[in-house]
Design a protein around this ligand. Sequence first.
Ligand SMILES: [Zn+2]
Length: 441
Amino acid sequence: MTVLLVGLLSVPAYAQSLIRDTEIEETLRNYTNPILRAANLQSSSVDLYLVNDPSLNAFVTRGQNIFVHTGLILEAQTPNQLKGVLAHETGHIASGHIVRRDQSNKSAYGAMLIAAGLGIAAILAGEGGAGAAILAGSQQFAIIDVLAHSRIDEASADQAAAKYLEITGQSPKGLVDFFEKFRYQELLSNGRRYPYFRGHPLSGDRIDKLREIIEESPYRDTKDTDEEVQALIMAHAKLTGFIDAPQTVFSKYPETDTSKPARYARAVAHYRAGDLNSALKEINVLIAQEPKNPYFYELKGQMLYESGKGARAIAPFRESVRLKPSAPLLQIALGQVLIEKDTPESIDEAIKILKSALQKESTNGFAWYQLSQGYDRLGQPSLARYAIAEQAFARGDYQRARSFALRSQEGLAQYKAQWRRASDIIVIADTQLAKRKNRRK
Ligand SMILES: [Zn+2]
């Protein structure tokens, strides 16, 4: 799955999919980036993906990708625990640990990632509008836990993790607390363990070694900042709101609880239960309490949009973009509702905003698709075809990308940059198509 243009989606429990959500991605980034820098990795070259899966897991794949299951985020009691796991994964990346396939689990998705014929970008670039459309798409994948590390690699990733946390002035204690909490997993048969502990075998030895490291760390008692703690609590509330059945959400966050996270979770649950009025009541209280939080407006826009009130979604989406102009997903959400409004002014504004989003996330197929709609309504078919070529290209559909790029060029004479890019798409698509043909031989 891909571009959730608007925040999270409600997802049936069996569907495992990638989630896009600016707020949670930012929270994870804030935890991860200092660790990546400590490992001498460029944070911009390490991609972070959020997998909607209740099981506990995090893993890395070739090409510097870190995948984090929602289940891991929900099980982490403190940011420090999550940072410990992220530092450990970073250790695997920095040391270039080779992972071997866990033969007991066949995963088409893992195989797909490893084969890397398609980039992750292509997986992420599928189109989607409102929830059901995305989920019905082909972007879901099966349980992932093909990647099992050796014990030696585990020990070295633990050491590396502790080093990164020390460099960043953070405590390594979270990692041990986290392992301690799941120590019983050691006693289970492999098949019954959480995927995380199948991929990263836990042992008493490992925990003991880590304990020694903690004892020596000058930062062992350093705590997470209040902002970091708050961000995790809000991420828990949001994920719970979107993932759990509304009734479960209401019992975890009862009406008597008027805290921000409780209102956040309930707002989502009410909207998922089809009670837009109650949902709006909760989110409006949050907006009044925290009028500079872009994500409250984003959620309000999403609730209105997905309830068929696109016109009313414009104002909150616009406010979310004003408060956080650097976030492409917020811009794309606004772009979409503006396209649907379909006035000359709204189309102009949408095109501007979608182009700005695409400068930051150039492989976002959904944004390209929206842009093509905008050009289409402006009566600019060549630019619309060019945008479709980009969308197909981002998705790895080179046949379609080539065909649309070729057709777009007929009318792109006065748009030099797009014309050149269309030429590039044709050349790259040709190469890729030839490669595929050779592979089939
Ligand atoms: Zn590991």
